[in-house]
Design a protein around this ligand. Structure first.
Ligand SMILES: Cc1cc2nc3c(=O)[nH]c(=O)nc-3n(C[C@H](O)[C@H](O)[C@H](O)COP(=O)(O)OP(=O)(O)OC[C@H]3O[C@@H](n4cnc5c(N)ncnc54)[C@H](O)[C@@H]3O)c2cc1C
Length: 460
């Protein structure tokens, strides 16, 4: 563990306890109960129930469904969600991809994550009429709502790279990517079956390196699109896991690793961007600003938009990420392809009573599960205030954090910042620009319980 001159104070102990799903959660639940009682009293005179639609039952949609069902009196909430698996623990895919956890560690049952008073509509949303707040689903049925909250996350757009096919969400089935997903030289931690295969692919790469003729080097590529993706640290964690394996096998002089980034950024935050660049230099990773255009899977070559061609023994792909198709036809997106919200209130800039939460929200926060925790409070408090005919005052501060597994075994760096862009220490007051083993243990043993039993059930 890295040394720190700051000791854990009581607040830190409580935060860590919260990560275990104990202590603080019980406290929160009491506070929440009082909150609900007073909210019920205030709303007793409401003439009609509020009809609320949430589009997407992943991390953001499920958390908000719980929170709203407690924050508002007599809500009628419809959760549109066609997928069974998308309530699984998505941040844990990095642990699976690097061989630390088995896939079963991610599995949760959708039925356990449907709050009372919330009706699940298993059809996908096919369109939203923002002017009339009307949603049409894949059965052809249309419904009007008082509030609509888009929580449909991001679609992984592998088909934007010529030579690959398929668009899917991180926890969806694999139908659309099956033409290339069994290729041992192409990996991606960003979709479930990619994460499941990844650790074995890295092992095979090392085995290949051990059989190389003298003077030959393994060619490894990591490609990243523009930085407005979810969990940009996940790909770097795979890279660090590979470096650890290379060092263990004594193959440092037999591997060349190139990391390309379309906009030349390793983080949207300047401080972390330069920290990662230094880290890459130290590990002899060549960093280049380049946009991947296509892949020739037969010849194992990657082609970039600047005309350069690079051979690879293994390529890790972070796919471009975009809005779900129902949104591309709507008037809700900004020029970057995300929902055009006021980033402090998360309400649409043009269409009142339409909100966005999670990865699809167009704000400058780090797209992560941890961002959702604060976004949920802002939206629930705002809708409750509007319901009570009060001026909403809750605002989102832009907090988000991401986990980087460091190359030195069993330590983690939390990339965490808010709209002020200052690096923050998320759990206890440690240097936010260093790897710490206490974060390793909390991520391994506590964070999942906190997310799945606390956050996802709307308690955090
Ligand atoms: C490998 C990996 C590692 C990560 N690591 C971290 C980490 O360390 N820390 C962290 O905080 N975050 C991490 N994240 C990010 C985090 O998991 C996401 O930010 C979070 O899941 C986003 O939640 P969401 O609800 O916005 O989207 P999702 O959880 O992706 O859910 C979107 C939902 O919308 C549904 N949907 C889509 N289209 C429609 C439609 N037309 N109609 C109805 N429903 C629809 C989908 O089926 C899905 O259920 C990681 C992510 C990945 C992939």
């Amino acid at each position: 563990m890295h040394k720190t001159d700051k000791r854990m104070n009581r607040r830190d102990v409580l935060k860590l306890a919260a990560l275990s799903g104990a202590g603080t959660l019980a406290g929160t639940s009491e506070a929440e109960a009082n909150d609900i009682k007073s909210s019920n009293k205030k709303n007793i005179s409401k003439k009609h129930p509020l009809h609320i639609a949430i589009i997407g039952g992943g991390m953001a949609g499920t958390t908000l469904a719980y929170r709203l069902s407690r924050a508002i009196s007599y809500p009628v909430i419809t959760l549109y969600e066609p997928e069974e698996n998308s309530c699984w623990y998505q941040p844990g895919m990095t642990m699976v991809g690097t061989g630390i956890w088995p896939m079963v560690a991610l599995e949760y049952s959708r039925e356990d994550y449907l709050p009372m008073h919330v009706t699940r509509n298993k059809n996908a949303v096919t369109s939203v009429d923002a002017d009339t707040r009307t949603i049409t689903d894949s059965s052809g049925k249309s419904m009007h709502y008082d509030y609509i909250i888009a929580a449909s996350g991001l679609t992984l757009d592998f088909s934007a790279i010529d030579g690959l096919k398929g668009e899917l969400t991180s926890l969806e089935g694999i139908e659309t990517v099956k033409t290339w997903m069994n290729d041992p030289s192409i990996g991606s931690v960003y979709y479930l079956h990619g994460a499941i295969r990844l650790s074995r692919q890295l092992d095979r790469l090392i085995e290949k390196g051990q059989k190389l003729a003298d003077g030959k080097k393994l060619q490894v590529l990591f490609s990243q699109p523009k930085i407005n993706i979810k969990s940009p640290a996940a790909a770097k964690s795979v890279l660090m896991s590979l470096i650890e394996r290379v060092k263990k096998a004594g193959l440092q002089d037999h591997v060349e690793i190139i990391f390309t980034a379309e906009d030349g950024k390793l983080s949207a935050n300047k401080v972390y961007d330069s920290l990662y660049k230094k880290m890459f230099k130290k590990e002899h990773i060549l960093f280049q600003q380049k946009e991947l255009r296509s892949i020739n899977t037969t010849e194992q070559k990657a082609m970039f938009t600047d005309g350069e061609e690079k051979p690879y023994d293994f390529i890790h792909i972070t796919p471009p990420m975009k809005a779900s198709p129902y949104l591309t036809k709507s008037s809700l997106l900004n020029n970057s392809g995300f929902i055009d919200v006021n980033e402090k209130t998360l309400e649409h800039k043009v269409h009142p009573r339409i909100f966005a939460i999670g990865d699809i929200a167009g704000c400058a926060a780090l797209k992560s599960a941890s961002a959702i925790i604060k976004q949920v409070k802002t939206i629930a408090d705002t809708i409750r205030a509007l319901d009570e005919e009060k001026k909403p005052s809750a605002t989102y501060d832009g907090y988000g954090s991401d986990t980087l597994l460091c190359a030195s075994s069993k330590s983690i760096l939390f990339e965490a910042w808010d709209f002020k862009e200052k690096p923050l220490s998320p759990v206890i007051e440690l240097n936010p620009l260093e790897c710490h083993s206490i974060y390793w243990y909390s991520s391994l043993y506590l964070a999942k319980t906190y997310m799945m039993k606390g956050v996802l059930r709307g308690w955090a």
